[in-house]
Ligand binder design. Structure first.
Ligand SMILES: N[C@@H](CCC(=O)N[C@@H](CS)C(=O)NCC(=O)O)C(=O)O
Length: 240
């Protein structure tokens, strides 16, 4: 029987299935990357809701696993060498899950083992982590959240211009490709498209970034949203 009691996070979010991978998250664009990957791979896991309205991410139990107080985070009771592994930062988690599933022969390949393709997938993953996520997130602050009331529109316009530039880079790359890595759906898509979906949906920033111009991004986003695992993952963990 797996015992997670030495991890304080399991005191606040008790595991019903301690032998399964534990996910601590909320269905935000960063959070759903991990639930979508888990759904695609078919790895058994147990989701736990981290409530921002209760400041759960600042609780000592959450901070004991992720001192950076951000979702998503995981605790895999059966990590490398059979030892538990706690991990945070969605990009690192996606790489870990893709490698873990590949080693177990479980689910589709989401990260090529061919060296050049693997590095290129990581390149696009970093493009999302270092560019798309932070820039779209800032634009969200200035359009949807507290920053929308700021009279001086220069900060908003700066992030809108940078978001538009990133979308143009991606749109050009997607010409003639089904997915970011061509024929192969990968963790680069799983990292990127939830943010685009959020930008034009929840943030309502389509006009601000000229989204109508990005027909390739629109096409691939539609394919992404049609995947059953994506539709499930977008709602996990369930909000109460
Ligand atoms: N680089 C991090 C960013 C994670 C992140 O920003 N998470 C947000 C939700 S999308 C969060 O937890 N915010 C809570 C807070 O800042 O207190 C990752 O990709 O995991």
């Amino acid at each position: 029987m797996t015992d997670l009691s030495k991890f304080p996070i399991s005191h606040k979010w008790p595991a019903q299935h301690p032998e399964r991978l534990q996910l601590y998250s909320l269905p935000t664009p960063n959070g759903v990357k991990v639930s979508i990957a888990l759904e695609e791979l078919g790895l058994p896991y147990e989701p736990h809701l981290v409530r921002f309205d209760a400041n759960d991410q600042l609780s000592p139990e959450f901070l004991s696993l992720n001192p950076n107080n951000k979702i998503p985070a995981i605790l895999d009771p059966n990590g490398p060498d059979g030892q538990p592994l706690a991990l945070w930062e969605s990009g690192a988690i996606l790489v870990y899950l893709a490698d873990k599933a590949a080693a177990a022969g479980c689910g589709p390949s989401l990260l090529s083992s061919a060296p050049a393709l693997r590095y290129q997938t990581l390149q696009w993953l970093m493009f999302q982590m270092g560019g798309v996520g932070p820039m779209f997130g800032q634009l969200g602050f200035f359009t949807k959240f507290a920053g929308k009331d700021i009279e001086d529109k220069r900060p908003r316009d700066r992030y809108a211009a940078e978001s538009r530039r990133l979308l143009a880079v991606l749109d050009k790359h997607l010409v003639g490709r089904d997915w970011i890595m061509g024929d192969d759906y990968s963790i680069a898509d799983i990292a990127t498209f939830p943010w685009i979906n959020n930008l034009i949906g929840f943030y309502g920033a389509a006009d601000l970034v000229g989204y109508a111009d990005f027909t390739q991004v629109q096409r691939v986003l539609a394919s992404f949203l049609a995947r059953p695992a994506v539709q499930r993952g977008l709602l996990i963990p369930k909000r109460d």
